[in-house]
Design a protein around this ligand. Structure first.
Ligand SMILES: Cc1cc2nc3c(=O)[nH]c(=O)nc-3n(C[C@H](O)[C@H](O)[C@H](O)COP(=O)(O)OP(=O)(O)OC[C@H]3O[C@@H](n4cnc5c(N)ncnc54)[C@H](O)[C@@H]3O)c2cc1C
Length: 306
């Protein structure tokens, strides 16, 4: 019988960060994941600059910076009517605030390594087979071993197995309306250090450069618009309704395989009027109809909320 203060299921960013936080406070932690690492993960591969404080706190900021990446200093959004807006990330104490295009496989591996270095017991390619609530915690069956944990943490992603076992999944989680896709394209110099969001009917695509001549194209498309279609030609035709996306696809050199995941759903977002009032719009390019674009962006955000 193995005894732990906490068993964390899922070694994505949420699970690894929790393991790091607990392990360095001296708790006896096990971190398990059903996949072996490093593993590919469907994602847009954009690291928002807001994360630097968290990375510093977790003790991985230098490692993240040293990993192969593309630098991102600006945000650009376009819609199907050909409108676009662009904003520079605001500076912090006179230093440029930089986001990254960084493969999730690399980021997640780095966080798992940090957790292990601090003493978290990591078990990859491993699942909980059975869990049972006991008086002071949890009784778990793992690889024919018996473990006990005072605390069980379900960090196993959008469609959490732990939440399902405990009856905690909300219906929104089960009935996700969108399908997520990811592709990597060879297409250097297209994004000019921008994270780009391109809207099209029924979805959006995000594009970021990874610093090695490739871009990650991550997207979410409403399931009802796809029917049974998941093929690359069908999906790329949908994207091509946005002329900016069309140009990127046409200029890219050979699409990598398209991977998909379902369901994808979006949490309710709170709309803050200040976004339309000035500060967010301050860096928008002159000559574009900011109000129309922001209205489109709000409509888009609201459609994610339904
Ligand atoms: C299309 C798309 C694009 C996105 N693009 C971005 C982006 O560019 N930037 C960004 O910051 N975020 C992006 N996100 C969101 C981001 O992917 C999630 O916020 C993030 O992955 C959540 O991390 P997590 O640790 O909670 O879960 P996950 O990263 O999903 O990790 C869960 C882990 O749990 C493991 N697991 C699952 N079930 C079990 C089980 N039964 N037993 C053991 N282990 C299990 C999985 O193998 C996985 O490693 C995107 C999401 C989608 C769908």
């Amino acid at each position: 019988m193995k005894l732990f203060d906490a068993v964390i299921v899922g070694a994505g960013p949420a699970g690894s960060a929790t393991a790091i936080g607990l392990a360095r406070r001296g708790y006896n932690v096990a971190l398990i994941d059903k996949q072996n690492f490093p593993r590919e993960k469907l994602c847009g591969d954009f690291v928002n600059p807001i994360n630097w404080g968290v990375f510093a706190d977790l003790g991985v900021a230098d490692r993240v910076r040293a990993a192969p990446h593309g630098e991102v200093t600006r945000f650009r959004i376009t819609n199907c009517s050909g409108r676009e807006a662009e904003a520079r990330f605001r500076s912090r104490e006179f230093e440029p605030w930089i986001g990254l295009g960084l493969r999730r496989a690399v980021l997640d591996q780095l966080l798992v390594e940090r957790a292990a270095e601090l003493g978290a017991v990591t078990h990859l390619s491993c699942r909980i087979e059975k869990l049972c609530r006991i008086a002071h915690g949890w009784d778990l069956k793992i690889k024919e071993e018996s473990w006990q944990a005072k605390v069980l943490i379900g960090a196993d992603g959008r469609n959490s197995w732990v939440a399902q076992q405990l009856g905690l999944n909300r219906s929104a989680a089960i009935q996700g309306r969108s399908v997520g896709f990811q592709s990597r394209l060879r297409c250097a110099g297209m994004t000019r250090r921008q994270i780009q969001i391109h809207l099209f009917p029924g979805g959006y695509a995000g594009i970021v450069e990874l610093g090695d001549g490739t871009i990650t194209l991550g997207m979410a498309i409403e399931k009802r618009r796809l029917g049974r279609e998941r093929g690359a030609d069908f999906v790329f035709n949908k994207l091509a309704q946005n002329t900016y996306l069309k140009e990127i696809i046409e200029r890219s050199n050979g699409a990598a395989q398209l991977s998909s995941v379902y369901p994808v759903y979006f949490r309710k977002r709170r709309y803050r009027p200040c976004a339309a009032g000035g500060r967010c719009g301050a860096g928008l390019r002159a000559g574009h109809r900011r109000r129309d674009l922001l209205r489109d962006a709000q409509r888009f955000a609201r459609s994610r909320d339904d």
